[in-house]
Design a protein around this ligand. Structure first.
Ligand code: SF4
Length: 537
């Protein structure tokens, strides 16, 4: 049956069908805009270079030929088509294949040739033969296509349409060797979806990727020859390759050139803007971010909140506070009380009750907070603990805590933006008063092991001085020198490698936050049954 098509978007790309032949979830990730940048893809780009330019076409050899099938509603592109002396066509597809592997045609490559052949035949052409050219082996392998290939291709086109229009993701593969060679492994997280120890190492597309913190007040960041360059008063303060930058945090009065801004957005790099006291006041995100459809589901669930997710977040937060206190202070009573509260959080009947449990636990935790601080250091600094104060605090310890929480919120915001979720639609915190509710949710379980840890070790290890603060009307404000110290200590902590408490592999705290953001995504797209928080031991 011929499908009636309105626009280019109604045509199903052949690549989506071939992804589905490999793994249905990969099609779903692709169609939801999850981009990956792996070495396989880079070698794929290089392999196609000789046939990427349609202007190199000649009468007997056409390159980069657009294809369409009106009957199946398919679109794609042929790398090369040779016109044979009898007027029929030879279809040729270029593939990279590491020399250590054999030049063997895979089922997905066979499917791709079949779909391309169907497009050409639907346009009235005769395709007499087809082959794959393996660029690394410099070898052409002929492929025979029979009636079963046609039938299977048509079945897969129909199945791909179902996947593309579904609001729920197909499940991840379980213990399947395809995942090890999949370009979407680092965003799909098939092993983590099983919610138990993972034996395969986590893959990150760029393990050296960094978050760039711009801190020098009055400076300017711009892009020059592919590098991010920071200058002040005509003097160059530093530079880094733009492709290594995975996120930018602007602290205070720093100018970002529009060319750099544009370049970052073009490359899907989120930018978070903070005040000089660490308060997040905005972010920039690319319009083409992934998972727009799931964002809609996020908003629906966020409207009422999600008790199962919220319970896990608060349970993990309180458990982590208890473990942190046990490690750093001698407060057995408080630790036991926190453990009891953590348990109670799992059975909270509703969100108000959960907030009540959290509030009591926070009071118990912060009443013991000074026990984790070195009294001798506090005496040298002349500081005392006045109890916990949030925004507007005027004592140095709370100012430091608030700054570290601000940085943690920034980190969570970045992780949420990078997987396409909306930071404002949370499941525990309300979006009232325009707060980034999901970032506030996500940071709960990381407060003690990351932010509190940074502040406590800065004080106990003499890394901060009273001269790093100034007083304005009796209130302490962190100076530039102090700000740099907090950012450095925070970056050191967030990049620290830990053994993941649930999955068991070595991972940085930064990546652990990103994995949690993706577990939330998994709950929303239906590929994971429940959210589980990170609990330190
Ligand atoms: S990692 Fe595995 S489950 Fe995920 S898309 Fe790839 S092959 Fe499919």
């Amino acid at each position: 049956m011929t499908v009636s098509h309105q626009s280019d978007e109604d045509y199903l790309p052949i690549s989506l069908v071939t992804h589905a032949a490999f793994c249905e979830r990969r099609t779903w990730l692709e169609v939801n805009g999850e981009k990956t940048d792996t070495s396989q893809m880079q070698s794929g780009f290089s392999a196609h270079k000789p046939v990427d330019d349609p202007t190199t076409s000649r009468s007997h050899r056409r390159t980069a030929v657009p294809l369409r099938s009106e009957k199946l509603g398919l679109s794609g592109r042929a790398d090369e088509i040779e016109v044979l002396p009898d007027g029929s066509l030879h279809l040729l597809d270029y593939k990279a294949s590491p020399v250590r592997k054999r030049a063997i045609v895979t089922p997905a490559q066979r499917l791709q040739l079949t779909l391309q052949k169907i497009c050409l035949e639907d346009a009235g052409e005769t395709v007499s033969s087809q082959s794959i050219y393996f660029t690394d082996h410099r070898r052409r392998v002929e492929v025979d296509i029979d009636s079963e290939d046609y039938a299977q291709a048509r079945r897969l086109v129909e199945r791909t349409r179902e996947i593309v229009s579904s609001k729920k993701s197909p499940p991840t593969l379980v213990d399947d060797e395809r995942c090890g060679s999949c370009s979407h492994f680092s965003v799909c997280l098939p092993d983590e979806h099983q919610l138990h120890e993972v034996t395969r190492r986590v893959h990150v597309s760029d393990p050296d990727g960094q978050v760039l913190h711009l801190t020098v007040q009055g400076s300017r960041a711009s892009i020059k020859k592919g590098r991010v360059v920071v200058t002040k008063d005509g003097e160059e303060l530093g530079d880094t390759p733009a492709e290594r930058v995975h996120g930018v945090v602007v602290h205070g009065n720093i100018d970002l050139s529009s060319a750099l801004h544009r370049n970052l957005l073009w490359n899907d790099v989120p930018i978070v803007w903070c005040s000089s006291t660490g308060r997040v006041y905005g972010f920039s995100r690319p319009t083409d971010g992934p998972n727009g459809q799931i964002r809609v589901q996020q908003h629906v669930l966020s409207h009422t909140g999600s008790l199962p997710i919220a319970r896990q977040m608060i349970h993990s937060k309180i458990r982590n506070q208890g473990v942190f206190l046990r490690r750093n202070a001698d407060s057995l009573e408080a630790t036991n009380s926190l453990n009891a509260s953590a348990k109670a959080a799992l059975d909270a009947p509703d969100l108000p009750a959960l907030f009540g449990i959290e509030g009591e636990a926070a009071a118990a935790y912060f009443s013991c907070f000074p026990e984790m601080l070195n009294q001798q250091q506090l005496d040298i600094l002349g500081w005392t603990w006045p109890g916990r104060h949030g925004r507007g605090a005027d004592d140095p310890i709370n100012v430091l805590l608030n700054y570290a929480y601000g940085m943690l919120r920034t980190e969570c915001l970045r992780a949420i933006l990078s997987c396409g979720l909306d930071p404002h639609a949370g499941f525990l915190h309300s979006s009232n008063r325009n707060k980034p509710a999901l970032a506030l949710d996500l940071m709960e379980e990381f407060r003690a092991p990351i932010a509190d840890s940074v502040v406590i070790s800065m004080i106990n290890r003499h890394q901060i001085k009273s001269s790093d603060f100034t007083t304005v009307g009796g209130a302490h404000r962190v100076r530039d020198t102090g700000r740099k110290k907090v950012i450095t200590a925070f970056e050191r902590r967030i990049q620290t490698s830990i053994r993941h408490p649930l999955f068991g592999y070595e991972v940085s705290w930064r990546r652990a936050i990103e994995v949690q953001a993706r577990l939330i995504l998994g709950v929303l797209d239906g590929s994971i049954p429940q959210y589980v928080g990170v609990k330190i031991r």
